[in-house]
Design a protein around this ligand. Sequence first.
Ligand code: ZN
Ligand code: FE
Length: 255
Amino acid sequence: MPLDLITVPCRVDNYAFLIHESATGQTALIDAPEVAPIEAALEERGWTLTDILITHHHDDHIAGVDALRAKYGARVIGGADDALRLPRLDLEVAGGDTFTTCGAEVSVIDVPGHTVGHIAFDVPAANAVFTADSLMALGCGRLFEGTAAQMWDSLKKLRALPAERLVCSGHEYTASNLRFALSIDPDNRDLILRGEEIAAARAQGRPTVPSTLDVERRTNPFLRADNPVLKAAMNMANATDTDVFAEIRGRKDRF
Ligand code: ZN
Ligand code: FE
């Protein structure tokens, strides 16, 4: 049975996500930016929290973990490599591991770059990959700890997932990411069309997250560092993919 997938806006521009299986009543939360909107989303539906999955150690992704665990008795799952700077984990996982939540298999993908211990969760039964601050809608997370080469490798792993996968990323940064993407890839017809959809969504206060991986592949400049057209547009036709990625990331930091 397919799982329900709910996007929960939190704080200023964060997103948390809930997945739910009606047969067992199990519900998993991916990241806990704060408590109140997550509690409200659960109560509105009469759901109780079974598991809390953590992507990385930044406060805007873990601030609500301990209070939600205390209230619901949920199992907390996060990256073994980052266990020392995460809330107490009941299950430590690493890239390549699988575990079960809501009766569904979850694959753990190691996606360093934004932080060295960042992981993503792929849940085929929900057609969703939870990427937080690695792959984002039209963007990727800043390189606070990892290198450009690490982030490019991480994004290539995510890019290889099925095209229909919903990319559930951690922030509503899409409108500013769009302005940057258009600045380096101005003739990309798919990007121009996506820009119109983003403007319409934001004008109505609708989230632009999740997006599909198919759309990200065609429009997200950070997934296109090996695209000959984009390389040429950046005057880097003969540069390595990693160097092009580093240049795109650097230009975004200064944008
Ligand atoms: Zn972060
Ligand atoms: Fe974040």
